[in-house]
Design a protein around this ligand. Structure first.
Ligand SMILES: *[C@@H]1O[C@H](CO)[C@@H](O)[C@H](O)[C@H]1NC(C)=O
Ligand SMILES: *[C@@H]1O[C@H](CO)[C@@H](O)[C@H](O)[C@H]1NC(C)=O
Ligand SMILES: *[C@@H]1O[C@H](CO)[C@@H](O)[C@H](O)[C@H]1NC(C)=O
Ligand SMILES: *[C@@H]1O[C@H](CO)[C@@H](O)[C@H](O)[C@H]1NC(C)=O
Ligand SMILES: *[C@@H]1O[C@H](CO)[C@@H](O)[C@H](O)[C@H]1NC(C)=O
Ligand SMILES: *[C@@H]1O[C@H](CO)[C@@H](O)[C@H](O)[C@H]1NC(C)=O
Ligand SMILES: *[C@@H]1O[C@H](CO)[C@@H](O)[C@H](O)[C@H]1NC(C)=O
Ligand SMILES: *[C@@H]1O[C@H](CO)[C@@H](O)[C@H](O)[C@H]1NC(C)=O
Ligand SMILES: *[C@@H]1O[C@H](CO)[C@@H](O)[C@H](O)[C@H]1NC(C)=O
Ligand SMILES: *[C@@H]1O[C@H](CO)[C@@H](O)[C@H](O)[C@H]1NC(C)=O
Ligand SMILES: *[C@@H]1O[C@H](CO)[C@@H](O)[C@H](O)[C@H]1NC(C)=O
Ligand SMILES: *[C@@H]1O[C@H](CO)[C@@H](O)[C@H](O)[C@H]1NC(C)=O
Length: 411
């Protein structure tokens, strides 16, 4: 472990620094298994160590620790094919190995099992060991990860069996990598989901740059329309980002217009735009007319499949967004949030909608949202600021004059 003394006063801060550096300096294992075409099919990067209890010749037992993997080799790690499953095989020292194998099941892959073998005959690692030879602990894991997701777990996970404790942390792994590109979609372990909100400092001190949460990119803008017998009756152009809070964890999903279908219907007083895709059963936008001269977004209903297979459904028919006069369209280029419920929000980007009175398939003149009006707002703010400043200067000048005047009088 390396310690740097940054300040002359050693204290708890220094101890913490040593611990952090200790974690950084420990050895990260990394394997990138490629197929015959040199395309990555299996990728993993992780840290681990083991403690092993063993019997000694003196009828006692001792604990050995294995944490040095600088000599690790990965021979035997394979992509897998129809007959064999993918696996990662790590050798270190003589007679030590660690094997994890994966299976594919429908739209997910499983970390099937983990085997760890150690060599009690290695008397440098296991001094005074009573038994000799190779022992193996085999753990069935059966952990499911959606296909085309990289599993990440920075938090500590442990496996304990037969006196052997296996510690894992900073884990990144993806099997069945598609098209040779390791996914950027992360599937987090439960501990990471909670620890990022509880102790954010831990995740910032982890060494791997791939673990820092990337800011969600803007969703792609999609064009949606609904036709009736007279032609196009509803138009919508927008980038949509769904923000779902489930079990206290917010997940942000961008809608990809390329893989999203849309339908809908148009009535005189109400219009519906329904989107659906492989993971969205339906996402309904219901528009209504009010006071016979304006339209607005009245209702949003959603039902979608979450990563763990459960269904998330929310409906709210008492909304009031995207309000504009009938015969015009509503436009908002800035990011805007439609808050459907505490657990479901839609962030919209480059939005333009016209649910009624569409003529010849084209948008009518747009009513812009107030967020877009900063071109007018900025001069007003600057102007207000400037006139405020002038008033302050005038007052200061008057007070200053009075003071000096008063000063002369007392002399
Ligand atoms: C894995 O190896 C391939 C081929 O050498 C390389 O193109 C790819 O960038 C590597 N991936 C990672 C994540 O290191
Ligand atoms: C093994 O890992 C655990 C968990 O990160 C850590 O507390 C412990 O100090 C490590 N042991 C060694 C010898 O590195
Ligand atoms: C240690 O010895 C006891 C009995 O002598 C046995 O039950 C136990 O399995 C042994 N432990 C290991 C790790 O070999
Ligand atoms: C692993 O493969 C390398 C070369 O690919 C070889 O030098 C090494 O001896 C092998 N190690 C084991 C444990 O088989
Ligand atoms: C186990 O360790 C002993 C002593 O270091 C060594 O001679 C033996 O070859 C090792 N076993 C294996 C299978 O590597
Ligand atoms: C994974 O490997 C273990 C042995 O290490 C084996 O018993 C098990 O059958 C393997 N599972 C699969 C699905 O290949
Ligand atoms: C380990 O075993 C070898 C013989 O196999 C012996 O020469 C050596 O002294 C032993 N080392 C210890 C620390 O017991
Ligand atoms: C991989 O490539 C195929 C064909 O080029 C494409 O259909 C598929 O969506 C790609 N998968 C990923 C995860 O990029
Ligand atoms: C189609 O257009 C005609 C004439 O503008 C109108 O009377 C009729 O109600 C429209 N039909 C529908 C389904 O909107
Ligand atoms: C709607 O009608 C227009 C022509 O009026 C046509 O170009 C367009 O493809 C139709 N859209 C759908 C979704 O049927
Ligand atoms: C998602 O919703 C949560 C909870 O309402 C909020 O804290 C978070 O900022 C939202 N994220 C985005 C990208 O809108
Ligand atoms: C959607 O398709 C367009 C053109 O085919 C492509 O440029 C774009 O990258 C695709 N977007 C996504 C998110 O796949």
């Amino acid at each position: 472990m390396v310690c740097f003394r940054l300040s002359p006063a050693p204290g708890s801060g220094l101890v913490l620094l040593c611990l952090v550096l200790g974690a950084v300096s420990s050895y990260a294992l990394e394997v990138n298994v490629t197929d015959s075409e040199k395309a990555t099919c299996l990728y993993a990067k992780w840290q681990m160590n083991f403690t092993i209890q063993y019997n000694t010749t003196s009828k006692n037992f001792k604990t050995a620790t294995i944490s040095d993997f600088s000599t690790a080799t990965y021979n035997g790690s394979v992509c897998g094919n129809d007959q064999n499953n993918p696996k990662i095989v790590v050798q270190f020292g003589s007679g030590f190995s660690w094997i994890v194998n994966f299976t594919k099941k429908e739209s997910a892959y499983l970390i099937d099992s983990i085997s760890f073998s150690y060599n009690l005959s290695d008397n440098a690692t296991f001094p005074d060991a009573k038994e000799k030879g190779i022992l193996t602990v085999h753990d069935l894991v059966g952990f499911r990860i959606p296909l085309n997701n990289i599993f990440r777990c920075n938090s500590l996970s442990t496996l304990e069996k037969n006196g052997v404790v296996q510690y894992y942390w900073d884990v990144h792994v993806q099997a069945f990598v598609q098209n040779g590109t390791v996914s950027t979609k992360e599937f987090l372990c439960e501990k990471d989901k909670t620890s990022t909100t509880v102790v954010p400092t831990i995740s910032t001190t982890t060494p791997s740059p791939t673990t820092t949460p990337t800011p969600k990119e803007k969703p792609e803008v999609g064009s949606y329309s609904v036709n009736n017998s007279n032609g196009t009756c509803l138009l919508a152009t927008m980038g949509l980002q769904l923000n779902i809070t489930h079990n206290k964890v917010a997940s942000v999903i961008n809608i990809n217009p390329n893989t999203t279908d849309f339908t809908g219907s148009c009535q005189p007083q109400t219009a519906l735009l329904r989107l659906n895709s492989s993971n969205i059963k339906y996402l309904d936008f219901v528009f209504a007319v009010k006071n016979e001269n304006r339209f607005y977004l009245k209702e949003v209903n959603v039902s979608m499949y979450l990563v763990n297979g459960s269904v998330f459904s929310i409906a709210n028919n008492n909304l009031s967004y995207w309000d504009a006069p009938l015969g015009s369209s509503y436009m908002c280029n800035k990011e805007q949030t439609v808050s459907v419920s505490g657990a479901f929000q839609i962030n919209t980007f480059d939005l333009r909608v016209q649910p009624f009175n569409v003529m010849e398939g084209k948008y009518s003149t747009a009513q812009e949202c107030s967020l877009d009006d900063d071109t007018i707002l900025i001069p007003i703010i600057v102007g207000a600021g400037l006139s405020g400043l002038i008033i302050v200067i005038v007052i200061a000048y008057l007070i200053g004059r009075r003071k000096s005047y008063a000063g002369y009088q007392t002399l």
